[in-house]
Design a protein around this ligand. Sequence first.
Ligand SMILES: [Zn+2]
Ligand SMILES: [Zn+2]
Length: 240
Amino acid sequence: MQFKTQNKVLIIALIIISNINCNRKTESMQFKTFVFSPFQENTFVLYDETKECIIVDAGNFNESENEQLDAFIKENELKVVELVNTHNHLDHVFGARYVVDTYGVKGACHPDDLYWIDNFTTAAEGYGLQIEKEAPKPEVMLNHGDVFKFGNAELEIIHVPGHSPGGIALYNKKEGLLFCGDILFHGSIGRTDLPGGNHDDLINGIKEKLFVLPIETRVFCGHGPETTIGYEKASNPFLR
Ligand SMILES: [Zn+2]
Ligand SMILES: [Zn+2]
């Protein structure tokens, strides 16, 4: 009898705890990852309980990928308030024209990466891709130290040149999440042989600006799987 009562108490306690956890979850920034285009680029939709969302790096490349993005936004009743480019390499802006036209956003990036937009169709031709429409030029400029806000969420802008001159990482301190484009990868770093690349800048930038974040920070890269600051600090062979 006593055992049963204890069980009841335990069950009630568990229900209360799980409810608290559920509530916490709805009050935090969440995200959805898509892998788009032949470049296997990671596109993210960041959103919170206000239903406002931003798209980070629209890599959607064809109609089917546009539809996947739209379906998620529609199903979750989200309102797209901005498109943020971690940098403007073509694989990260394939879908920028579609997103800007469909959702009426301005686009945002670091000013040092604007010049890539002018070279978008030429760069695509270099990969054997025929692209009819130019990529839209972002109108909102994000600089190091800026705080980008949407809904109740805040993203700190961390400028790390080297892969691309205007490469930025978006840091959500509250949830311990970092969206870093092609700056840092699981066990690797971004290539530095493209125009404007600089190996030393990239290494120093990662060490000085990203490796100072808490080790448990989850890192979401422009390609490949997620990692953490702690894991990369301990084992990334490029950053010893
Ligand atoms: Zn890149
Ligand atoms: Zn990329």
